[in-house]
Design a protein around this ligand. Sequence first.
Ligand SMILES: Nc1ncnc2c1ncn2[C@@H]1O[C@H](COP(=O)(O)OP(=O)(O)OP(=O)(O)O)[C@@H](O)[C@H]1O
Length: 609
Amino acid sequence: MKDGYKNLMRAMPFLPDGASRYMVVYIIVASLLSIMDIAALMALAFSMTSILSSQDIVIPVVGWRFGQNQYVWVILAISAVILLKAVLSLVQQWFATRRFADFEMDLGRTLFDAYLGAPWVDRLGRSTSELVRMADVGVAAINAGLILPLMGLPAMLISSLTVIAILLVAQPVTAIVTLFYLGLIAMLIYWLLSRRTLEAGRVNRRYSFKAAGLMTDMVGALKEVTLRDKFTEVSSVVQDARFHATRARANIQFLGSVPKFVMDFALIGGLIIIGAASFLISGTMDAAINAVVLFTVSAIRLIPALTGFQGTVNVLNSNASQVRAILRDIEEAQTYIERRKVAGRQPLAHDPRELVLDNVSFTYPNRVDPAIRDISMTIRMGTSVAFVGESGSGKSTLVDVILGLLEPQQGTIRIDGQDLDDVLANWRSLIGYVPQDVSLFDGTIEQNVALTWKGEIDREKVIECLKKAQMWETTLERPGGLQATIGERGIGLSGGQRQRLGIARALYADPLILILDEATSALDSETEAEVSKAIHNLRGEVTMISIAHRLSTVKDSDVLFFMKDGRVVTSGTFSEVIAAAPDFARQAALSGLGSNVEVSGSASSEGER
Ligand SMILES: Nc1ncnc2c1ncn2[C@@H]1O[C@H](COP(=O)(O)OP(=O)(O)OP(=O)(O)O)[C@@H](O)[C@H]1O
């Protein structure tokens, strides 16, 4: 309970303006309505006992007295108050559910922005399915598992206190016995259930995230799973995780229903105890019946309040680990959300002329050895450069550092003397990037080229880019042309078509720098030649930074940087690198290119300078 309040205080700064005022008003209105409800019901109970014994109705606390000829009017007035309360509660709920949904929207936006804008190294440490679940189910848990239950608590508390107050005035002994008796049972339930619900919530979160992650991975590898007939294994691994999650959810549900049944027992037990006690004390049957009626009426109001209270505790506990995780993510994100607003926002003084890396090293958080180390190089704008080297030598990491996605732990990166960190936004706006796996989304071809879900699309430009990327013919062949949809992750396209669409997308941004990370690896030789020609035609217009294992793609680059174990071993033209690096000469020979190149032995080692 204390944790719930603490979590609400942590969430408050991220809720919309006026949220705390709204919550206070909500609590006051709900409390007043519940006082109104209890007062009416208690008045009804007292009236009924008086009517049954044909006495004047005396409303306790206020002391109003009504004779037998006013019975009907009293009952009608009380019923009207009860109905009015029901209508007002409904209206309040209608407005409140909408307002609380706004809270959820705001939190969801903050969290999603945080995930999108998180530093790339943080992003690498999280699985996609975890992020999706956190931004969806997790945010909903803040509303349904924290704010709503806590908002209902004060009214519940007030209705219990009102019942107790009325009982204390009307029948002090019955009130004290009822209170003591039901309070003891409520405490016992609280003590028995709280820890278990907390644990069940934790298990549910852990295993439902695990099951979602496993399912995402396995659906991704569905082709291989099908071919190797691994369905049984896959299904049993997922089932294991789901078993724990569903069992935990079943426990949460069961624990949630326990208080109601225990209280039903308590009610029957209470009737016997109160009736007997009252008879023994007063010695009359009338007094015993009166006490039993009063106990029943007060218990009927107190029990929902107590079970509601325990229900609230259950909901808070079963959502606690989820809520804490979301709040932690949102809080951690604040530092870089604030930083992002100002950092990297300086403009470049002019179109960039050179990018200079000086002694740059980067180590992934979970690794000991640097992925790239002591990299010093100058890339002149307008030229074409290529990073070559065996798999794992650090080429993609170097590109990510140049893109400003990974922040090196050592060294500096400058664009015409300006620190990359200072001008990052401007620098990125000049870059067109084609990754190894182009991430396409379930939209039309033109939406994918323009990388927009609902923004304006310059159709002429889309066509021009598709033509340059050798994708225009394929687009025309599709029913719908530019408006043809390409399915989830571009599943309706071949690997080569996806890459060409990726190139068109990169070109759409009018980049000054085009970074191609194995961007033509899935193309057949003929298409690759065409795409390479198109890319080649951009030379002079744009700076080209390429990574390619297929050396034919990069052999005409102005400068090649040959990488090994995270270092730049040598650099120069294709033939210069062949002459300086036997490893590269061997690679070139294997590609059928080595024998055709002139081995000059005059390779520069710009990378080492
Ligand atoms: N997210 C990551 N976390 C930890 N280590 C990583 C991560 N990404 C890459 N590495 C490691 O960093 C080193 C360089 O990897 P990188 O992907 O930069 O090589 P590469 O030359 O681009 O390889 P390839 O040609 O196969 O794409 C490798 O040892 C790799 O295992």
